[in-house]
Design a protein around this ligand. Sequence first.
Ligand code: BT5
Length: 327
Amino acid sequence: MKKSILKYLERQEYISGEILAKKLGISRVAIWKQIQKLKNMGYKILSNQNLGYCLVSSPDLLLPEEIQKELSTIYVGQKIYYFYDLESTNITAKEKALSTKEKIDECTVIIAEKQTGGKGRLGRKWLSPKGGIWLSIILYPQISPSYIPRITLMTAVAVVKAIEKYTQIEAKIKWPNDILVNGKKACGILTEMSAELDLINWVVVGIGINANINQGEFTDDLRDTSISLKEVLGKEISRISLVRTLLKEFEKDYEALKRREFPSILKEWKLFSNTLGKTIKVNIGEQIVTGKAIDINEKGALIVKKQDGELVEIISGTILKVNKREK
Ligand code: BT5
């Protein structure tokens, strides 16, 4: 209902409570109550006894009504659960995916203004103050669990394209899940899943973008390695517009993945990569592999050529050190 009221408020300067009530088939009191709710959410709405209601401004919040206003996707983000603060959007998304009470549509989005327990991979922490974009998307891909790295690669491609399209900032992908701007981390991706043998039950893709974060907000340990888009541009960005662009790019690439067009995504990934061609040191749990990152295979795994010529396929790992590109 709030969404419908906003649609009318945006169309004209003033609209009377009576007309709104008629158009929406509810009482004037119900309209008044909804207007109070919108005001509480941060919408500035003037009320005039004779003229009715007039929308002055919308709040700078990632409200579903705002994102969906001009969202041109078919299904990605058509259902959004919004929270002001949350422990982690990935945790909530997993709870939703596991819920037996509710049927959660594919590409439902969970979004929060800030996270109190934002998660990175392997139990690492993800700093998530207000001003960033912290969201998770629930997927039910019909692929073998061994192809799951494809989802992270595809998401990284979508994020880079969205950042470039919306801000003109050039972003690069550091395998597997970091998006770098000027060599510093501007975004991280956390892909989690539940699977049985050869079947994926659900996948949650968490995306964290340092959008409007001041450099001073990064903790000491992150200051030299992290960056925000605001810092690069020297001004705040519209997080709502960036989210819309991201959801659109995500849908295009996810559709391509469903059509089995992974090679075209991989081609783009390689264009954006700052890992391939470089000598790297990768931590893969118990082991550290050193060698040249030469390719990504059809599963989405990184292929590293060791000095002795042995090829190692790495599904998941953390790059510890990167040396210059070698010929
Ligand atoms: C990641 O892990 O990069 C995945 C981050 C995913 C965050 C999103 S936000 C929405 C969704 N909900 C969640 O709870 N998570 C997802 P990893 O590759 O393990 O990198 C983690 C490391 O990045 C940390 O150990 C820090 O060194 C660094 N880091 C933490 N917060 C950062 C930030 N805001 N910007 C840049 N680097 C950060």
